[in-house]
Design a protein. Structure first.
Length: 197
């Protein structure tokens, strides 16, 4: 009897460990979220109980290959803007990263029909390399004629990013916006004498 147990105990232990890992990391976008981007097939998203923070499991977005080949993936959601028109909104979350060679960031966009009227993707303050948990946010104004709001986390290139404690809220005008209109333009001409470097 002992010999029979010994013969099967290693495969059983291996199976238990595999099932435990499978339950801890589930490769499917969390309910209410979906995977998109310019190259979504090169990325995967899911939940990761082993990367818990603030007592909650995390969502993750990671490249499937060492080089996804020049496209980004995003774990995102979208909804109607009706409840938020005329207000300032903030999407915030804690994020950590591993081996990001290009960049990642939270992002939010406000649309009027097919046109983007406000946008920020943290490209000017990207998440890079390997980092611990840090809080990030994007803040935008929602104009009266807005029709849709979109937000999420994006990853461009190899690596992985985890998201935790995501929050979407209306904030006061004392909170500065982090983005601008669809195409962020300066307020006026700059460096006309080419002396600024």
């Amino acid at each position: 009897m002992a010999a029979n147990f010994a013969r099967y105990s290693k495969p059983v232990v291996g199976l238990v460990l595999l099932l435990t890992f499978t339950l801890a990391v589930q490769a499917a976008a969390p309910p209410g979220w979906f995977l998109a981007g310019t190259k979504p097939a090169s990325y995967e998203a899911g939940t990761d109980a082993q990367a818990a923070y603030n007592g909650h499991p995390s969502a993750y977005l990671k490249a499937k290959e060492p080089d996804p080949g020049g496209g980004f993936g995003t774990l995102m959601q979208d909804f109607r803007a009706d409840k938020y028109v005329g207000k300032r909104v903030r999407f915030s979350a804690f994020a950590k990263s591993d081996g990001i060679q290009s960049w990642a960031g939270l992002w939010m966009r406000v649309d009027k029909e097919k046109d983007s009227v406000a946008f920020d993707n943290m490209m000017d303050r990207p998440i890079k390399g390997t980092t611990g948990w840090q809080k990030y946010d994007v803040v935008l104004d929602v104009p009266q004629d807005a029709t849709g709001i979109f937000f999420g986390v994006l990853l461009d290139g190899p690596g992985a990013v985890w998201l935790n404690s995501a929050n979407f809220e209306v904030v006061g005008t004392e909170v500065p916006t982090t983005g601008g209109k669809g195409s962020k333009l300066p307020d006026g001409p700059t460096n006309l004498n080419f002396e600024n470097r």
